[in-house]
Each structure stands twice: as structure tokens, then as C-alpha cells.
Design a protein around this ligand. Sequence first.
Ligand code: FA5
Length: 336
Amino acid sequence: MQNLRLLKKQAQKEIEKVRDLKELDGFFRKYLGKKGEVTQILSKIKILKKEKRVKAGKEANLLKNFIKQRIEMKKTHLINVSAKDPEVIDITVPGKRFPTGHLHPLTQIQRKVEEIFQSMGFSVVDGPHIETEWYNFDALNIPKDHPARDAWNTLWLKNSKLLLRTHTSPVQIRYMEKNNPPLRIIVPGRVFRREATDVSHEVNFYQIEGLMVGKNISVANFKAIIQGFFQKFFQKDVSIRMRTSYFPFTEPSFEIDMSCLNCQGKRCSVCSQSGWLEMIGAGMVHPNVLKASGLNPKNWQGFAFGMSLDRLAMMKYKINDIRLLYSGDLRFLNQF
Ligand code: FA5
């Protein structure tokens, strides 16, 4: 009896020191294994006289059950701890997927547009966001006091004659100054205007300028290129209409509207309830613009256009508010 009590105390102390399942297995073998201490006591009890055997057997079985129970408790504890321990690596657990980013819808659209125009022989050209008055206005046949300047609500840089370009047209001049015709370029990029925003207007947005100059370039070439572009971009026939318009840097000038894909021409807020959305300003390059770029208008002629990238994105993805494109809202962006 004395032995059993001592053994219980000893077992209790030892199991507290057990740190892992391997040690627990050793503990089990020491007490309850074939040659374990409790097992041996139980086998010796058989040879005792009946009166002693019953009592000692009861005590020994109690100790056996006590140790068994402690082993189970320790096992549960060790398994729980190892599950929380970051150092334990379970190689069977499936790997975690790290979220990967993707290109902004406007960048996706820009790349698609570039690809289509490049397939038609156009080069992609870049220009500065901060412009001089000369390139943004004067060289484009918009002199200082001309009322047409008001049409481009301009953001001027403080204490300087520099401005944030209001359109991508200045790059026409910059390119023609340095490159001789025949030429075909597109200029994708950000432009800035001091305007009130609404579902189809932003203070900064993207334009794609197009310029094609050669010996006999005509409005018919422009129309074919734009129709080809729309067909490839939207992967279906879309209705477009050409309206006469006015830009100081083109003569004649026109605007291209497309049937609103947001409402299928049925009139909605995106197309200002007209069924059509203005997509492009365009025209035949004005002789004064060719002159300002150092070219002789008697030798060269061509067309130019400025298209809104944002509105292309809106039509392609049926986005009903341009401001969503600049919101940084992941619920919106993750859809693309
Ligand atoms: C221009 O900016 C001319 N530079 C286009 C041009 C180029 C004409 C070459 C002739 C030759 P406009 O201001 O209309 O034109 O703008 C061109 C297109 O940009 C418009 O058709 C419209 O689709 C889009 N747009 C204009 N203002 C905004 C705005 N605030 N937010 C979003 N898109 C706009």
C-alpha cells in the first residue's frame, strides 16, 4: 500500500515533466507497459492471499486507471499545444494562396488600344503632363485672347506660365517638330481640367491622341481607321455617328459619338439621356498647326483625333460612373 502511494506521487511528478508525445510513450511504458511498474505490481497481487489480494488489487487498479487517465489528459494537452506552436510544420496542410494584384482597368484598356493601333502601323509616343502655353494653346492655333481657350478649363501652375496639359494635342506639335512625315502616332496619357465632375466628367482623365500625316491623307482614311478600331476594340459592330464641330487646330472638325452601350441607345444618365456618348474630337490638321511644327502645309496633310480612354472603358465594361475608376475602391477594381 505504501508502495502504491509512493508510486502514485512519483508518477504524478514525472508526468508533469513530460514535454512531448515521445516522452509520454516512455512514461506509459515505464508504468503500464508489459514490464511497467504498475503491471508488475498487478501480476504479483495474484499470488497474495485472498484477503490481501482483494484490497491490494482494488488499490492497484485504481492507480492503473489514475495513470491511464493522466496519460490521456496529457496527450490531449500536448496535441493542442503543438497545433498552436508555429514551429511545428504540418506538411500536409494545403498551401495558402497569396492574393496577387492586377492591372487597373484603365491600364488594361490603354494596352488594348495601343495593341490595336500598333497593328495598324501607329507608333506609341509619350509627352509631358506639365506643358507650356505655346504647346498647349498657341501652336495649336489658339492664341492668347481667343475665346476657344475657355473651352479647356485650365489648371495653371502657381507663379508660372506653365500649366497641366488639358489635352494630349500638344504632343502633335512636339512630335512633328522632330519627325518628318509620313507619320502615324498615338499618344495615350493623362490630361487635367478644372471642371465640375459628374458621371461622365472627371478633373483628370485619359486621352489618346491620334495623328496621321502624309501626302494624301483624307477624312475617308480617318473614318476607316476609327471604324476598324471600334470593331476590333468592342469585337462587334457598334453604331457611330460623325457630327461637324469646331476645334481651332483642325479644319474641318468633327466629333464622333457612339451608340451608348450602357443602355443600348435607350438613353441613360451615362449618355445624358441622348442614347449617344461623345467619344472623339477630330478633324483634318489645320495648316497653321503644320506651320507651327515646321512643316509646309502645301506638301503635307493629315488627320488628328483625341479620344477618351475612360469613356472607352465605361462602354466596354458598362461602368455607369467615371469617378469609380479613380475611387481606389477594391470592391470595384477587383471585378476586372
Ligand atoms: C479635345 O481635347 C481635343 N484635343 C480633341 C482633338 C484632338 C480634336 C485632335 C481634334 C483633333 P475635347 O475637349 O472635346 O477635345 O475632349 C476630347 C474627348 O475627351 C471628348 O470627346 C470626351 O470624350 C472626353 N472628355 C472631355 N472632357 C472630359 C472630362 N472632363 N472627363 C472625361 N472625359 C472627357
